[in-house]
Design a protein around this ligand. Sequence first.
Ligand code: GTP
Ligand code: MG
Length: 195
Amino acid sequence: MEIKKAELVAVTADPKQYPPDELYEIAFAGRSNVGKSSLLNLLTNRKKLARVSQSPGKTRTINFYEINDSFRIVDLPGYGYAKVSKSVSESWGKMMERYFETRQGLLKVIQLVDIRHEPSKQDVQMYDYLKHYGLDGIVVATKADKISRNQYQKSEKVIRQTLGMKPEDKVIPISSLKKTGHEKLLEEIEKILID
Ligand code: GTP
Ligand code: MG
């Protein structure tokens, strides 16, 4: 699949302002700073479509991007940023729950984890949450340029084990910096949309 058109159609924490639930959606989840916005820019081949933050925790809203006028990629707010208050993390939880529970068009949530580290406790919680909703199955290992290719297999194994992934589930290493791995993800997205 080639992304020819990408457009930010809604930035909101309020379900009343979500775009109409009439297109399929594929969302990106992951801790703050893991590289969600950078991946979106890579996939859409647009440098500044999604804001890439120098300071983590920038994306506090759900950002809906309409792709090729036919489906949406949804950038979910990052979790696990240490400096947020309890009330902020509670409202984050409510925002995610409302989105996951009400969105008819939501087909899959792609979980992003940093290729260098064992997934955190919150990554595991998030992935369990996705399993609960039947939205799991694809994990992107970000910042793949930070390790050498011969370390990929070992990282993948750690990610698979820590998240408790099924053998048929996918781990896709991607570098938004070096622009590698995204074709594979686009193929998977295409499969999900066709199914
Ligand atoms: P929040 O919006 O805060 O949740 O963060 P995010 O997940 O959207 O991360 P973002 O894309 O803003 O990237 C965070 C930082 O990681 C930025 O400084 C990026 O330049 C850097 N980064 C993202 N992807 C890569 C990558 O593939 N390789 C390297 N080396 N750095 C990356
Ligand atoms: Mg972001």
